[in-house]
Design a protein around this ligand. Structure first.
Ligand code: SF4
Ligand code: SF4
Length: 128
């Protein structure tokens, strides 16, 4: 899916022009895209933000938001966005507050290893 941001008429016209002609990707372009997709799948936790887990967390952590920040942090190789967002959260709502009880994992339809992600996130933040 392509989500193209447009902020003026010229950009809209350019986008229409781009899609007026159907042009298949060549083999090299396809391989590049698949390689990027593979890397994303391997390194990102596919949380759907269904929030089934949140009611089961004894620490009342906003798990999907933390996982989204974790994904961002991993994907960018440790940028500033996640640390900045976490600074705005109370300390008892940050990844370090996770006690590793795994109550959330018992109900996660995606079977995500949330407790490991929280521990890894905390460790990564300590290093940055
Ligand atoms: S493992 Fe961590 S995030 Fe999951 S329910 Fe327990 S305290 Fe909450
Ligand atoms: S239950 Fe799993 S998929 Fe749903 S919000 Fe929680 S971590 Fe994400």
């Amino acid at each position: 899916m392509i989500l193209s941001g447009m902020s003026n008429l010229q950009q809209l016209q350019q986008n229409i022009q781009t899609f007026e002609t159907v042009k298949k990707l060549n083999e090299q372009e396809q391989e590049t895209l698949l390689a990027i997709a593979d890397e994303m799948i391997q390194n990102i936790l596919p949380c759907t933000a269904c929030r089934y887990c949140t009611a089961h967390c004894p620490k009342e952590l906003d798990i999907p938001t933390l996982l989204s920040l974790y994904n961002e942090h991993c994907f960018t190789g440790g940028g500033f966005i996640a640390p900045m967002a976490l600074t705005a959260m109370p300390e008892d709502k940050r990844p370090s507050a996770c006690i590793g009880c795994r109550s959330c994992e018992a109900v996660c339809p995606q079977q995500l290893k949330i407790s490991e992600a929280m521990a890894d996130f905390h460790a990564k933040l300590q290093k940055s």
